[in-house]
Write a new protein. Structure first.
Length: 208
């Protein structure tokens, strides 16, 4: 079961990486700009930009630098960027921090993972997990790690109704739902339906 959960999380990450790769490629083409030119103007090594075109996820500073050079919004490159901005703004009150800690506790219980297991899965310190459960805001990198590990969007982590939504879904249905949210919306509806159908097929095979 743990391997199945990990594979589902990996699928969501791959979808996100493919979207970044496609967006960056299209932006370079439309701006008639080469990798070398983008790297020089954004002050990013050629190899780093090249790796983004291979699917690596840009760090925030590099993402903002590339967006400035390409004259676009950061989420035009990485659609998940605005999710982090929403979460960062969301931690402005004590209540928001409480919602986050409650959601994290709920997700851990639902997935059946302990503090130690989450520490190992995310490669963070036990102190960090304890702080998050008290409502301390994670770094942007760790927000993405949490979201990817639990198959949710980063901004879901501060939504008061997250527990209610998950209560209506079985663990496997919840995974399908969340992976579906990562499917690029510019795909034709027929292709989106094929992806969902394939996920449903895999889910039925696991039950067999």
């Amino acid at each position: 079961m743990e391997n199945i959960e990990r594979n589902r999380s990996t699928q969501a990450i791959l979808i996100r990486r493919n979207k970044i790769k496609e967006n960056l490629r299209e932006l370079l083409h439309s701006r008639k700009m080469t990798i070398t030119e983008l790297g020089k103007q954004a002050h990013i090594p050629y190899s780093t930009v090249y790796n983004y075109l291979k699917g690596n996820i840009p760090k925030k500073d590099n993402l903002l630098a590339m967006a400035k050079v390409l004259k676009c919004e950061p989420d035009d490159i990485d659609p998940s960027y605005l999710q982090v901005v929403k979460v960062t703004k969301g931690f402005s009150t004590v209540e928001d921090a409480k919602v986050f800690s409650n959601n994290l506790e709920m997700l851990m219980a639902r997935k059946g993972v302990s503090n130690t297991q989450l520490t190992q899965a995310l490669d963070v310190s036990p102190t960090a997990i304890g702080a998050w459960l008290r409502g301390v805001q994670p770094t942007n990198v760790n927000l993405f790690k949490l979201a990817e590990y639990f198959n949710v969007q980063p901004d879901d982590l501060i939504k008061p109704d997250l527990a209610d939504r998950f209560r209506e879904l079985s663990p496997s249905d919840g995974a399908v739902y969340n992976i579906g949210r990562h499917i690029p919306k510019d795909l034709p509806p027929s292709d989106q339906e094929k992806i969902i159908a394939f996920i449903e097929f895999i889910k039925s095979q696991n039950k067999a």
